[in-house]
Design a protein around this ligand. Structure first.
Ligand code: G4P
Ligand code: NA
Ligand code: NA
Length: 192
């Protein structure tokens, strides 16, 4: 998606060879017009596949996932990161460890919102090592849902996330694929 690549070039900042900061339009401040266009792109790509819900992981995936759900005319379900101390039969949980952040958290989903009849599109802002997306897939499987694919805003293609998701049998559709980053230099894999 040219618009996202241009935005990254103009307003993103490269923190190191593997961390891109997009706080001014994705992670802290959010650009609503860009999010609308992102939602339109994902909806156009994934339409007609019988998708019943969009799923994201809080917090930065929510804005683009909401626009995608709105464009597809279906609900958005947000996977929660807060640990639940309350034993509840209606909750699915799985542990996710982030290499990028060196943290782990318990991903939680209520059985009230995803079930065996659901065919789910997963949306997230970044794909790095793919631990978050893999955790989401694990959780959706526990809920007996099927997965239509994974939509990502910014894929760091030099990290193993895409391969990790693809090797589980799922399509990864990324709007911007960063092949290389250096101080003041960023390179994208051209769109097909
Ligand atoms: P992982 O397997 O290494 O954990 O990578 P994953 O793709 O699961 O990403 C872990 C977290 O780090 C995610 O945020 C992701 O958005 C963020 N992240 C990964 N690479 C980058 C990067 O280059 N730049 C920025 N800004 N973030 C990156 P999260 O912990 O789920 O939090 P949230 O931002 O969604 O609240
Ligand atoms: Na995220
Ligand atoms: Na993030």
């Amino acid at each position: 998606m040219k618009e996202l690549e241009e935005k990254i070039k103009n307003d993103g900042s490269i923190i190191s060879e593997d961390i891109l900061k997009v706080d001014s339009f994705v992670n802290h401040q959010v650009d609503p017009e860009l999010m609308l266009h992102i939602g339109q792109d994902f909806a156009e790509h994934f339409k007609g596949r019988g998708i019943t819900k969009v799923v994201t992981i809080e917090s930065s995936g929510i804005a683009p996932a909401l626009m995608t759900a709105q464009q597809l005319g279906i609900p958005l379900v947000i996977l929660k990161k807060q640990p639940s101390k309350i034993l509840n039969d209606n909750l699915y949980q799985t542990q996710v460890t982030s290499y990028t952040k060196g943290t782990s958290y318990e991903l939680t989903l209520s059985a009230n919102y995803i079930g065996e009849k659901d065919h789910v599109l997963i949306i997230d802002d970044f794909l790095a090592n793919g631990e978050a997306a893999t955790g989401a897939i694990r959780l959706l499987r526990k809920a007996h849902a099927t997965i239509a694919g994974v939509g990502i805003l910014i894929e760091k293609s030099f990290q193993p996330g895409r391969e990790k998701i693809k090797s589980q049998g799922f399509e990864v559709y990324s709007l911007a694929r960063v092949s290389k980053m250096q101080k003041d230099y960023i390179e994208f894999i051209p769109e097909e």
